[in-house]
Design a protein around this ligand. Structure first.
Ligand SMILES: [Fe+2]
Length: 285
């Protein structure tokens, strides 16, 4: 069936449902967490919740509002969105604190593996009339000992100028603004891409309801998403940001770090040039 709708018809529910289905497919089997650990973590989560209930003297009306909202998060398929926007940053922090190499940040809900391979010097797949500032993105992937990592894989994905990710909004080519690049023998890559725009997370579902009810904003600063990997090294999941974005300081996903800032340089041909090197930690024994 041909989907004739445009991305402007995108609704949070289908974006959410897509993210939920993608996550379910990835999570083929439940991971085996020891019973004692499940018990310890679940108890502490509940204890934390009891503290909040006591601190704020939560009423029955508020408790019922919470119940209704939690049901709606599931109905809208927004658990991946909710968790990745408001919780993942803390998990990422805990799991990468030991690293000596490049800082990473959250993955978010819209990663898709196996984007088209474009080589070391390639173009990010995009439409002929893709709106946005052209950007040339170069860099090198090395190990923490300084050695170049040839054959490292750099996966790049980003939203379009309207804030939509391919495969999570109708009307976009399947791999729009998603590409896989493999570094040359010096560990270098050179990508003809696009400077992303800031966007709002979907606001017409349960997450938007929370944002409106709390009087928050829904903006993420402009960012590239990346996964950088090489044999024998830890996978680096990162996002890169742009100076001057009004939401670098109050990103709704709390994912911005000063180490992840790019520095675009306008070129005579009208493109912007950015350079960023990735340093991967050797895999832990
Ligand atoms: Fe994003």
């Amino acid at each position: 069936m041909t989907d004739n709708r445009t991305e402007f018809d995108a609704k949070a529910a289908e974006s959410g449902a897509g993210a939920t289905a993608a996550f379910a497919a990835k999570q083929k089997a439940a991971i085996d967490v020891p019973q004692e650990r499940v018990s310890a973590i679940a108890k502490d989560v509940l204890t934390g919740l009891f503290e909040v209930i006591n601190k704020h003297q939560v009423t029955y009306a508020e408790y019922d509002a919470l119940k209704a909202w939690l049901i709606k998060v599931g109905e809208d398929g927004e658990w991946p969105l909710f968790l990745d926007v408001w919780v993942e940053h803390e998990v990422e922090q805990v799991n990468t604190a030991h690293r000596q190499g490049s800082k990473g940040t959250i993955e978010g809900p819209y990663y898709v593996p196996n984007a088209p391979e474009q080589g070391a010097n390639g173009s990010l797949p995009m439409r002929d009339d893709e709106p946005g500032q052209k950007m040339n993105f170069t860099g090198q992937v090395t190990s923490t000992d300084g050695s170049a990592l040839g054959g490292a894989v750099v996966e790049l994905w980003q939203a379009d100028a309207n804030g939509f990710y391919s495969q999570y909004a109708p009307g976009l080519p399947e791999w729009n603004l998603r590409g896989t690049f493999t570094t040359d023998d010096q560990g270098r890559f050179d990508i003809a891409g696009l400077q992303p725009a800031p966007y709002q997370i979907p606001t017409d579902g349960a997450c938007g309801q929370l944002i409106a009810a709390a009087g928050w904003h829904s903006w993420r600063p402009a960012h590239l998403h990346l996964k950088v990997s090489a044999p024998g090294h830890e996978l680096l999941t990162a996002q890169l940001y742009f100076p001057g974005d009004p939401h670098n300081e109050d990103d709704i996903a709390s994912a911005v770090k000063p180490e992840l800032m790019l520095n675009p340089q306008p070129q005579p041909d009208g493109t912007n040039k950015v350079e960023y090197d990735f340093v991967l930690d050797p895999a832990q024994a």
